[in-house]
Ligand binder design. Structure first.
Ligand code: FES
Ligand code: FES
Length: 399
């Protein structure tokens, strides 16, 4: 075993590994950075592409020991990277992925092209991406996505970066990188500062990266629903995956939310601030949590407003759910799917709440873990049924 000291996604890492361990296995198995995928494992498909001292490199044919002192950036380290964010949006818009297996490597290579080649045409992009194989898409959407980002940046007069931001010459992993490794990225920095303040007792407001509006109705009068929202323990019991770690106070709660996404299990531990306004039957819960294992962090807020219905015998609950997520779990956030999941989650919460308020027997309690996999399966089943329905009724339309 050798102890290898390097920087991965701007974090100093010192981990031991066998001399034969590839960089891909090192980041996946030792650091849980599973966004780096393995396809061919002999340098052909590009699925394992990472940045090594700022240069795209095949991590499956790079020994981890050769990266002593180097700067490694995996797809997780590009969470808040401006170009990667633009590319992700373009990939979604242009349908540039299907199974998504090639996508992390494709994004790392595409980012390098966008930074270096402000005038690249379709042919140049195809040549530039020829080291990244995709078995699903036929490449048309991928090329269009990259081209659209290049054109949009050119229209905004963004100058290319000399050598695409490479930090050193010489062989990849030479350890001569000179970038300032201690400087955290803005979103991560904001989350870290908010985490410190939460630990100290204050939970700040924030501007969420994603906001979803949801609405559901309950067959109970607004005053009863508003009183229920004051029963924090009762509300937590209705939320899948949520449990309280200390007895709640009227203005502050501390707890855990457990999430499972396929093989990734995260346990966000944190605190939330509670505010209520009886005059307008509204309130908000603003929280922050971190998961040590997946190095993910989230800030979230739920703002609600109760609207009387049917002469005051029923209530519409209007929710605005906002969140910012960084780390491994942020990689799975395809907007359409997240919206569907949020809808499903809110429906489950509403059902639990109604049962709770109607005095339904326990046994209907929310599950101890929020399984995105089972929710996603339901969502995908529902989407498939919608598509098949359209096909058989001849009412097809693009979604
Ligand atoms: S897995 Fe590395 S190039 Fe295919
Ligand atoms: S989207 Fe499936 S391999 Fe590229």
């Amino acid at each position: 075993m050798n102890t290898i000291a390097l920087h991965v996604n701007r974090r100093a890492v010192e981990v031991s590994a066998e001399p034969r361990t590839s960089l891909a296995d090192f980041v996946r198995d030792k650091l849980d950075l599973t966004g780096t995928h393995l396809g061919c494992e002999h340098g052909v498909c590009g699925a394992c592409t990472v940045l090594l001292d700022g240069v795209p490199a095949r991590s499956c044919i790079t020994y981890a020991v050769a990266c002593e002192g180097a700067d490694v950036t995996t797809i997780e380290g590009l969470d808040e990277d401006e170009v990667t964010t633009e590319l992700r949006a373009a990939f979604t818009r242009e349908h540039a992925l299907q199974c998504g297996y090639c996508t992390p490597g494709m994004l790392v290579s595409a980012r390098d092209l966008v930074l270096r080649l402000p005038d690249a045409d379709e042919r140049r992009i195809r040549v530039g991406l020829s080291g990244n194989l995709c078995r699903c898409t036929g490449y048309v959407g991928i090329v269009r996505a990259v081209q659209s980002v290049i054109e949009a940046r050119r229209a905004r007069n963004i100058a290319p970066q000399t050598d695409g931001g490479r930090t050193s010459l010489g062989p990849a992993g030479s350890g001569r990188a000179t970038s300032d490794r201690s400087e955290p990225q803005p979103a991560r920095q904001a989350l870290a500062a908010a985490s410190d303040r939460a630990a100290a007792g204050t939970i700040p407001d924030f501007t969420p990266a994603t906001v979803l509006d949801q609405r559901f109705t309950l067959p109970h009068p607004p005053a009863k629903v508003f009183a229920m929202f004051d029963d924090i323990a009762g509300i937590a019991a209705c939320l899948p995956g949520v449990s309280l770690t200390v007895p709640p106070k009227p203005e502050r709660i501390e707890g855990v939310i457990r999430v499972r996404l396929g093989p990734i299990a995260a346990s966000f531990e944190g605190a939330a601030r509670v505010e209520r306004d009886p005059a307008t039957l509204s309130g908000c819960i603003v929280g922050i949590g971190t998961d040590q294992r997946s190095h993910s962090a989230t800030q979230g807020e739920i703002r609600y407003r109760l609207v009387p219905l049917e002469g005051g015998t029923a209530t519409a609950v209007e929710l605005s759910i906002g969140y910012t997520l960084t780390g491994m779990l942020a990689q799975v956030g395809r907007p359409g799917l997240v919206r569907d999941l949020a809808r499903r989650l809110v429906a489950e919460f509403a059902g639990n709440l109604d049962r709770h308020m109607s005095g339904a027997p326990s046994g209907q309690a929310a599950p101890a873990e929020l399984s995105f996999w089972s929710l996603a399966s339901d969502v995908l089943r529902a989407r498939l049924a919608r598509v098949l329905g359209r096909v058989f009724t001849g009412k097809g339309r693009a979604e």
